[in-house]
Structures are given as structure tokens and as C-alpha cells.
Design a protein around this ligand. Structure first.
Ligand SMILES: Nc1ncnc2c1ncn2[C@@H]1O[C@H](COP(=O)(O)OP(=O)(O)OP(=O)(O)O)[C@@H](O)[C@H]1O
Length: 416
């Protein structure tokens, strides 16, 4: 069985070429026989491609191996042509009983420009991303082929849990976007609806389970379009448990129990549809309602990044600052796997020396969440650089100081 190489093609907005015509043309153009996985090509020697295509990205499904060189002749290429939606986030409001408007959910059409690159920029050591994607692809295949759910059962519910700031919400959004791209032979577009758990259990909302019903009636409208892949994201599902427990303990009106039950019933109803997936997250694993845990097929723990992942996150930040001209240097940070090679010990290039310094900073950053790590370069610049351009060497020094400061500040907020 040959490996699959996904070729994701973003068609320009003004392009009116139809998909098959575009692909026919693309197949005629000779690309380099060897390509590095993850490569994005933005300009082409062919004028038709330049006019109609914004970019092409080549990526292997199970490729955790950065810089892996792929021979295009040996792989099975799967093409995905799509356009990015520019509308961005829309807020769905519900009218409460007192006619006040409550923000109940956020809504995006997928693939959205807002989530472009999100998947690639989430960095984990394990194959979390790939496992989630193959799980979802199997789900969709089984639904498509109408596998009898009384014989083989699966839900369409994913639960990501773990400490705050580890990228769970972003991963759900990125997964929805990736599915909308990869499954675009089945669905013309995706709809992502992020249910606002806070407002769901707010005083106003919990006054009536009717608002939950109203919200799901709206979601149902999207589901009824068979050409749409509908992804429902429920963040912080532990608030659901909290609401149920408070209701049982009598500290909150029993109405909130009705809201929780209404929500669970609605989830059960919509997860039967072949074009629906439900993505949920929680920061407090122990507190998730069992009623909910049982519904999830995938319960994936998302933890704090390891040194290797931290190094890669920092590397991507530096690359971005180089792209934008803030960090100036001819040297590049060496990919993590090359740092480990024995022959590197004899190599004393500036790039290697700086990369080893970055590795040391990564080591000192262990324990920080992905959210904090992505702020370090900003803090480094704001506190210790303060000029429009800086050399890579000085910037790495500034990052080191920023990490030391961050670690010292954390001591003021001891974690339980
Ligand atoms: N492993 C990671 N790789 C790259 N970036 C990450 C990683 N983890 C978190 N981030 C970045 O941190 C930010 C916060 O992520 P996100 O809000 O998705 O986390 P979360 O786990 O849902 O947090 P919370 O539970 O507090 O809502 C995002 O901008 C994301 O890019």
C-alpha cells in the first residue's frame, strides 16, 4: 500500500476555473520529483497556476518526521481544492424571555481564513493530531458507507481534556477546518458552531431549557443541508457538570438541571446525523460529567509540551519574526532532530551554537503551557529588545531573560 500525500490547493477567490479543470491543468505541470513534507508552494512557473492558485501544501497523513523528503512517484496523491471563507466569526444571538439578546454561539463557515495554518502551528510530540484526523475520517467513511450502527457502534463525539492553554480549543477548530478541507469531495463546505458554555449556564440562559432548544433548532437547520459538514464545539464541558451538581445540591435552581438534560438530549439527537461531529473540551478531567464522558468515542488527554515541542514552538516563532523582518539573520534554527546527530558535535557553525542556546531555553521553559510559550517572543521583544530590528543572537538572549522572568512570576501564583 503506497503512502498517501495530501495536496491541499487554495484556489484564488476571483478564480472561476472549475475544480476538475484546475486539477487537469495541475497534473500536467511537472513539480520537483522530490518534495519535503509540509512544503507550501506559493509561486509557480506556470501562468495559469499563478493566476488561479494561492498556494499548494504537500503533507503526509502520519508524518511526524519533520523535513521528510518524499518521492512524488511513490505516493498516492490526493488533491483537495478549496477557497478560504473571509467572513470570519459571526455571533448567534438568542432572544431571552425578557427580549434581551444573549450571545449563545459563534459561527464560522469553513474552511475559514481565520483558521488557516492553525493545524500546522499546533505542535505535539505524540501523534494526537494524526490520530484525531484518522478517527474522524473513519467516522465519516462508516457514515458514508451506511455501516449499520447496531452492529458496529460509534459516536461522533470527541473529548479533549488537560491543563489550560494546551491548545485544546484551537485543536478542535483546526480539526474542523482540516476535515472541511479533506472531506470536500463529500461536503461543499463546513459549518463550525462554538457553543458558549458560559452564557448557556448563565442566569438568563438557565432560566429556561427552551433557549437550548432554540439554539439546537438553528443547528438543525445547518444539519439539514447534506452538503454541509457541521462541527459543534462545546468548550469547557465541566461547566455542564457543575451546573448539574449545583442543581442537585440545591444551590442553583432546578432549571439548570433541565438545561443540562436538554443539552444532552439534543446532543444525542444531532450525533445521529452522518454530517455532524461534536467536539468538546475540558480543563478539569476529574469533573467531567460521566453522562458526557460515556458519549465520547475519543477521550484524548492534551498535556503540556515537552522540551522537543517547546523547541519547535520557539523555532516557529523565530521563523515568523524573520519572515516579518524583525529578527535579522542569515542563520536558521536547526531542526530538533539534527541537534541530536553525533556528527553535529564537531560542527561549530553559528546556527548550531544559537540552536543549542535555544534548546537550553526550551529546557528551562518546561512546565509552561503552549499559550505562554507563544507569548515569550513578544515579551522578550517588549521588555528586552524595544527596537524594530534585532539580530538572532540578541533575540535569543532576550528570550532567555523573558523565560527567567516568566518562571519567577509563576512562583507568585503557586498551582494546586
Ligand atoms: N501545543 C501547542 N503548540 C502550539 N501552540 C499552542 C500549543 N498549545 C497551545 N498553543 C497556543 O496557545 C493558545 C491557546 O490555546 P487554546 O485556547 O486552544 O488552549 P486551551 O487548552 O483550549 O486553553 P483553555 O482550556 O484555557 O481554554 C493558542 O493560541 C495556541 O496557538
Amino acid at each position: 500500500m503506497s503512502d498517501i500525500l495530501h495536496v491541499e490547493i487554495i484556489q484564488r477567490r476571483h478564480s472561476c476555473l472549475d475544480r476538475s479543470e484546475l486539477l487537469r491543468h495541475l497534473r500536467k505541470v511537472a513539480f520537483d520529483a522530490l518534495i519535503t513534507s509540509g512544503t507550501t508552494v506559493k509561486s509557480f512557473s506556470d501562468s495559469v497556476l499563478n493566476e488561479h492558485i494561492e498556494s499548494i501544501t504537500f503533507s503526509e497523513l502520519n508524518n511526524e518526521d519533520e523535513e521528510k523528503v518524499i518521492d512524488l512517484k511513490t505516493v498516492d496523491m490526493q488533491y483537495h481544492v478549496y477557497r478560504l471563507d473571509l467572513e470570519g466569526q459571526q455571533t448567534e444571538v438568542m432572544e431571552g424571555d425578557g427580549e434581551e439578546e444573549l450571545p449563545a454561539a459563534s459561527h464560522w463557515i469553513l474552511p475559514s481564513a481565520e483558521f488557516h495554518g492553525l493545524w500546522e502551528n499546533l505542535i505535539y510530540d505524540s501523534t494526537i493530531k494524526e490520530n484525531l484526523l484518522s478517527f474522524m475520517e473513519t467516522t465519516m467513511l462508516f457514515s458514508d458507507c451506511k455501516v449499520n450502527t447496531n452492529i458496529i457502534s460509534w459516536n461522533r463525539v470527541v473529548l479533549l481534556h488537560g491543563p489550560p492553554g494546551t491548545g485544546k480549543t484551537s485543536l478542535c477548530k483546526a480539526l474542523a477546518q482540516k476535515l472541511a478541507i479533506r472531506l470536500n469531495h463529500c461536503y461543499t463546505h463546513g459549518q463550525l458552531i462554538e457553543i458558549n458554555s458560559h452564557s448557556l449556564f448563565s442566569k438568563w440562559f438557565s432560566e429556561s431549557g427552551k433557549l437550548v432548544l432554540k439554539m439546537f433548532t438553528k443547528i438543525q437547520e445547518y444539519i439539514e443541508d447534506p452538503q454541509a459538514l457541521v462541527c459543534v464545539l462545546i468548550d469547557e464541558v465541566e461547566s455542564l457538570t457543575h451546573a448539574r451538581q449545583s442543581a442537585l445540591a440545591g444551590t442553583e435552581p432546578s432549571d439548570s438541571l433541565r438545561v443540562v438534560n436538554a443539552l444532552l438530549t439534543q446532543i444525542d439527537q444531532i450525533r445521529r446525523y452522518p454530517n455532524v461531529i461534536i467536539l468538546t473540551t475540558s480543563n478539569i478531567t476529574a469533573a467531567i460529567d460521566l453522562a458526557f464522558v460515556d458519549r465520547a468515542d475519543i477521550k484524548q488527554y492534551v498535556g503540556l509540551p515537552s522540551v522537543q515541542a517547546i523547541y519547535k514552538i520557539y523555532q516557529s516563532c523565530i521563523l515568523e519574526l524573520k519572515r516579518t523582518g524583525i529578527v535579522t539573520s542569515i542563520d536558521n534554527i536547526v531542526p530538533f532532530k539534527f541537534l541530536q546527530l553525533p556528527q553535529m558535535e564537531q560542527d561549530n557553525t553559528t546556527a548550531l551554537r544559537l540552536s543549542m542556546e535555544l534548546f537550553e531555553i526550551a529546557r528551562q521553559s518546561e512546565g509552561l503551557s503552549g499559550r505562554t510559550l507563544r507569548k515569550i517572543p513578544f515579551l522578550a521583544h517588549a521588555y528586552y529588545v524595544q527596537v524594530p530590528q534585532v539580530s538572532l543572537e540578541d533575540f535569543i538572549k532576550a528570550m532567555h531573560k523573558a523565560v527567567i522572568k516568566q518562571m519567577a512570576e509563576r512562583k507568585d501564583f503557586p498551582q494546586p
